[in-house]
Design a protein around this ligand. Structure first.
Ligand code: PMP
Length: 412
């Protein structure tokens, strides 16, 4: 592998450079993480990161709960556990998935270190170098990084206001079949998409499940935001339309707290067994501490009420962003998310979000360039604005600063 892989943070002065595996040379720092240092300066309004706002969590309750657990159950909580995760938490996760219509058996659930690890395990199990993974255009930057590390060839499929377009999906599958390219799976985020903000309609989910079933393409349904709609009931998961053809990934990061690093994968039985083997190789077992804490939280706290509070808080922030965009960025177009954390904004004629970013940071506002969300460098005419973390006032001020930068660029 050549010089072009010596990306940011890497140098050919590294004495091990010629020893690394090809997959390590393909890894690169995500545009989101590159931004962290500047975006976290207090004077910068960061509309960049997707950090959940956990300020409303009942910290005293959690402190007492954790202390009690260690005192009464420390021998288990501080010990290794099984590779699949504790039965108690897996049984509770069955209930957590019910609002989305999922009828699961705890045996088919694997607890993971966030859903990010589930993405890694699924990739490890399925992807040989050069294999095709289909993903939405755009797609989650962390998933793209994992697929890249396993040397997958990511093929993007278009979305519209109702998410992934089934006809385009089928066309893409047929084109790949015609040239004999094995498709390992479709990776899709059906709810409050990161970064696009859109959700698939129920009808679309049914169609996507049918198409993938017909062509024997596994679906990896990544759903960390499903319960975080601003209003209304959750839409049934794609998994409900074909439980044998879907790996469903869930997470407590957005509905509770990311610091525990607990997520899960619900998979058809044979695949679930392989996920356990892969997890044991990777980490021996998921966090016992975190699993016991989350199980106790789910049992003793009104967790669904907490989710409702999160929904209200994010709805307020989402509205603040919409109002600010209308006021300060009328030269752009954007979608109106009904939940989740993100708005996907299109810049006016010819502006490049990647190139504009240093000037935005100079004007004390940060975002993520659309280019982070494509495997092939597209997306420079878009940016992702997160409304999850800053207060409504900071969101308004951030969008005002961004509007200023865009107006100046337009004058150039
Ligand atoms: N998938 C998506 C779409 C996400 O947005 C995120 C977090 N930003 C993850 C997976 C990973 O979340 P975690 O590992 O914290 O569960």
């Amino acid at each position: 592998m050549g010089e072009q892989h010596a990306g940011p943070g890497f140098t050919r002065l590294d004495p091990w450079y010629n020893v690394y595996a090809d997959r390590a040379l393909g890894m690169k720092q995500s545009e989101v993480r590159q931004l962290f240092a500047v975006a976290n300066r207090p004077e910068v309004v960061s509309l960049a990161g997707g950090m959940p706002n956990i300020s409303g969590l009942p910290l005293d309750f959690l402190a007492e709960m954790t202390a009690r657990l260690i005192r009464n159950n420390g021998a288990k909580m501080l010990q290794y556990g099984g590779g699949q995760g504790t039965e108690e938490l897996r049984e509770m996760i069955v209930e957590v998935m019910r609002p989305e219509g999922i009828r699961a058996h705890p045996d088919d659930i694997n607890i993971t270190t966030g859903s990010q690890q589930a993405l890694d395990l699924v990739s490890q199990i399925f992807i040989n170098p050069g294999d095709v993974v289909i993903a939405e255009a755009p797609s989650y930057v962390g998933a793209l990084g994992t697929f890249r590390a396993y040397q997958a060839h990511v093929v993007h499929v278009e979305m519209d206001a109702n998410g992934l377009i089934p006809e385009q999906l089928e066309e893409t599958i047929k084109d790949l079949e015609a040239v004999g390219k094995p498709i390992k799976f479709l990776y899709t985020i059906p709810n409050f998409h990161n970064p696009a903000g859109v959700s698939q309609s129920e009808e679309r989910r049914r169609r996507i499940a049918e198409i993938c079933d017909k062509h024997h393409v596994l679906i990896v349904e990544d759903n960390p935001y499903g319960l975080l709609g601003f209003d209304g009931d959750p839409i049934p998961a794609i998994q409900t339309f074909n439980p044998d053809g879907v790996v469903y990934l869930g997470s407590f990061s957005k509905t509770f707290a990311p610091g525990f690093r607990v997520g899960w994968a619900l998979a058809p039985a044979a695949l679930s067994a392989r996920l356990t083997l892969a997890a044991e190789n990777a980490i021996l077992c998921p966090t016992t501490f975190g699993q016991l804490a989350i199980a106790e939280y789910l049992r003793t706290y009104d967790w669904y009420q907490q989710v409702k509070e999160y929904r209200g808080m994010y709805a307020e922030r989402g509205q603040a962003m919409q109002a600010a965009l209308e006021k300060y960025m009328p030269m752009c177009t954007w979608n109106k998310p009904r939940g989740g954390f993100y708005t996907w904004v299109k810049l006016p004629g010819g502006l490049n979000a990647h190139e504009m970013l240093p000037r935005a940071v100079k004007n004390l506002v940060a975002y993520v360039s659309g280019t982070a969300f494509f495997a092939d460098g597209q997306g420079s005419d878009h940016m992702r604005l997160s409304f999850c973390y800053p207060t409504p006032e900071r969101i308004t001020e951030g969008v005002r600063r961004l509007g200023e930068v865009i107006s100046q660029e337009n004058d150039l």
